[in-house]
Design a protein. Structure first.
Length: 94
């Protein structure tokens, strides 16, 4: 099987679902063994890795399976997507 961009890599910007909302952050590392990470025991393996992610908003770490992570679309063109930084810088200046 070809190695495609199916797996997140450290540094990737991703989103994941947290209690009904979407959280943005980045992948810090891939976990491939059973160990303590982010305050819990992670039952990962080379066949079923999990990923330590850090929330951009809270700065907290979490651990998720790759299937729970989605690549974050890089929309830095100022389209006002409602993300961090807002889109309101120039409002009312006219």
């Amino acid at each position: 099987m070809n190695k495609r961009k199916d797996e997140p890599e450290p540094g990737d910007e991703v989103t994941w679902s947290t209690h009904g909302s979407t959280t943005e952050g980045h992948v810090e590392k891939k976990v491939t063994d059973r160990r303590e990470e982010a305050g819990r025991t992670v039952a990962a393996s080379p066949e079923e890795p999990q990923y330590v992610v850090r929330s951009e908003k809270s700065g907290k770490k979490a651990v998720h399976k790759g299937s729970a992570l989605r690549e974050q679309k890089k929309d830095r063109g100022g389209r006002g997507s409602g993300g961090e930084g807002g889109g309101r810088k120039g409002e009312g200046s006219g």
